[in-house]
Design a protein around this ligand. Structure first.
Ligand code: GDP
Length: 234
C-alpha cells in the first residue's frame, strides 16, 4: 500500500534564525539542495501539489527555512537552496553557517533528503552539508532528479556513479546513504522516496489504521465533494 507521507502537507512557518525555529518536539525531515537543483519541484511532486514549496525564482521566502506540517504531525523543513551566484558572499557564508548548524544540531531531525541534478553530480556545497550531517549517524536520501533529461540507461548509470561517489566519500556512513533516480516532471522515483521517508517517520504502524479508515469510508455513501488539483496515482 502506498503511504504518501507528504500528501496534505500544510505551510507552518518560516525561520530566518535559530530563534525562529519551531519547537523541536516532533520528528522532522529536511530537504536540501543547490539552488535550481529541483528541490521545490520534488517537494511539490511528493506532496501532490503545484505550489506548496516555492520555486527559487520566487523572491522572498527562499532565503529562509520553510516548515510544513505533514499529515502524520511530523515536520518538513525546506532548507534554502545554496550556491546561488547572485547572493553576496557575506550572506552566503551566513546561510551556509545557519544550514550546517541546523543539520548538525537539530535534535528532532530524523533524515536528510538531498536533491541533486542527476546531470551535475555531487557539488562542493553538497559535500559541505553532508559533512555537517552524516557524523550524527542519521540517514540521507539523495533524489537524483531531472532523470527525464537523460535516457533511462544513462540515468541508471548516473545514479549509480553518484551513489558510488557518495559511498566512497563517506565510507563509514555508506549504509545510511541511498540514491533514488527521480523526476518531478515524469513522476519517477516517488514511491521509492516515499517508502524511505515513511520508514524514517515510523509510519508503517499507521498503515493499518489508515487502511481501516479507508475501508470505513468505502462503505460510507459516496461524497459529492469536488476534487481539486492534479490527479495522483494511488
Ligand atoms: P529549486 O531551486 O531546487 O527549488 O529548483 P526548482 O524546483 O525551482 O526547479 C528548477 C528548474 O528545474 C525549474 O525550471 C523546474 O521546472 C526544473 N525542474 C525541476 N525538477 C525537474 C525534473 O524532474 N525534470 C525536469 N525536466 N525539470 C525539472
Amino acid at each position: 500500500m502506498a503511504l504518501h507521507p507528504l500528501q496534505n502537507a500544510e505551510f507552518l512557518s518560516t525561520a530566518a534564525s535559530d530563534a525562529q525555529l519551531p519547537p523541536a518536539s516532533v520528528a522532522e525531515i529536511a530537504f536540501a539542495g543547490r539552488s535550481n537543483a529541483g528541490k521545490s519541484s520534488a517537494i511539490n511532486a511528493l506532496a501532490n501539489r503545484t505550489r506548496l514549496a516555492f520555486t527559487s525564482k520566487t523572491p522572498g521566502r527562499t532565503q529562509h527555512i520553510n516548515f510544513f506540517r505533514l499529515r502524520s504531525g511530523a515536520l518538513l523543513a525546506d532548507l534554502p537552496g545554496y550556491g546561488y551566484a547572485a547572493v553576496p558572499r557575506e550572506l552566503k557564508t551566513h546561510w551556509q553557517q545557519f544550514l550546517s548548524r541546523y543539520v548538525s544540531t537539530r535534535q528532532t531531525l530524523v533524515g536528510l533528503v538531498l536533491v541533486i541534478d542527476i546531470r551535475h553530480g555531487l557539488a562542493d556545497l553538497d559535500r559541505q552539508l553532508l559533512d555537517s550531517f552524516v557524523e550524527s549517524g542519521r540517514p540521507v536520501l539523495v533524489l537524483a532528479t531531472k532523470s527525464d533529461k537523460l535516457t533511462p540507461s544513462a540515468a541508471r548509470v548516473a545514479a549509480r556513479d553518484l551513489e558510488r561517489a557518495l559511498h566512497t566519500g563517506y565510507p563509514v556512513h555508506a549504509s545510511r546513504i541511498s540514491v533514488v533516480p527521480f523526476s518531478a516532471v515524469r513522476h519517477v522515483g516517488l514511491e521509492d522516496a516515499e517508502r524511505v521517508i515513511a520508514q524514517w517517520l515510523g509510519l508503517e504502524e499507521t498503515q493499518v489504521q489508515e487502511a481501516r479508515e479507508r475501508t470505513h469510508k468505502e462503505k460510507a455513501p459516496p461524497s459529492r465533494g469536488v476534487t481539486r488539483g492534479p490527479k495522483r496515482r494511488s
